[in-house]
Design a protein around this ligand. Structure first.
Ligand SMILES: C[S@@+](CC[C@H](N)C(=O)[O-])C[C@H]1O[C@@H](n2cnc3c(N)ncnc32)[C@H](O)[C@@H]1O
Length: 258
């Protein structure tokens, strides 16, 4: 297949315009549909009679998170992202749903650090934490745990490396999949995605998060969905006595690589 030559300016256009990511969502290339269904089901029984206070880290245009709960269950929604165009779309969606919301254009680590202790029922992050360094991922998890109420939940949706893959192998496999299967995108758009991912994506294997979460007081990890490298996990804020080191592997997982 022919690959387009692209430069950094073109990558910036991708990041700023947001349209390409919307195309990816519309084509369900990152399994937004299946993953949001699985997370929504898992939240039905969580504090069913309470309006929930929610923090969404790297919310983008909100099109993932706003599918995860019916609007009447959202008491307050604080969301942050570095992309102003994405936040403008999120604003419009939120206005239409009449949710009480605060959208912040800032780094997720800053925003998480500013939340008061034990003030949040739920923290979501969808396809965003893989942009952070390993050290910042760890710092972020500490802040998430601090800000959650006892037994609050952290929902982590992201791309993950298979345990057998290092970053280079992950890149080879995932970028190959984009070129083979994301065929509703033009070759130029595929190349923009590949360039963006090669430069900015630092996915970890699930074990990395389990270890960091346990250290920070988030236990009882449950796998909610796995579709190739796209996974959803939920963690519960636990007291140190009850912290469980076990976690439930998703039974029907299909490894992306053998
Ligand atoms: C792939 S998009 C995911 C958007 C949305 N959460 C979803 O699941 O569709 C990743 C988002 O993370 C945001 N992002 C990346 N690094 C960030 C950071 N350090 N702080 C806040 N947002 C960040 C990007 O601007 C982008 O909107």
């Amino acid at each position: 297949m022919q690959h387009a030559n692209i430069d950094q300016a073109a990558v910036e256009v991708f990041l700023k315009s947001w349209q390409l990511y919307q195309q990816i969502i519309e084509n369900n290339y990152m399994f937004h549909r299946e993953i949001s269904d699985a997370v929504r089901d898992s939240l039905i029984s969580f504090r069913p009679n309470k309006k929930l206070s929610i923090l969404d880290l790297g919310c983008g245009d909100g099109s993932m998170t706003l599918r995860l709960l019916p609007p009447e269950r959202i008491g307050s929604y604080i969301a942050c992202d570095l992309s102003q165009p994405a936040l403008e779309i999120a604003h419009r969606q939120i206005d239409a749903l009449a949710i009480s919301a605060k959208l912040i254009c800032d780094d997720m680590l800053n925003v998480a650090s500013e939340q008061p202790d034990q003030s949040l029922d739920l923290v979501f992050s969808s396809y965003a934490i893989h942009h952070l360094s390993a050290n910042n991922k760890q710092l972020l998890i500490e802040q998430i745990s601090r800000a959650l109420t006892p037994d609050g939940r952290f929902v982590l949706i992201d791309i993950f490396r298979e345990p057998s893959e290092d970053r280079a192998a992950y890149m080879r496999h995932y970028m190959g999949r984009i070129r083979e299967s994301w065929t509703n995108l033009t070759v130029e758009s595929q190349a923009l995605v590949v360039n963006h991912a090669t430069e900015y994506d630092y996915p970890e294997p699930p074990e990395f998060f389990h270890v960091q979460c346990i250290k920070a007081g988030l236990g009882n990890a449950q796998a909610l969905a796995k579709h190739t490298w796209h996974e959803a996990w939920i963690y519960a804020k636990e007291s140190s006595q009850s912290l469980q080191t076990r976690y439930t592997h998703f039974k029907n997982s299909n490894p992306c690589v053998s």
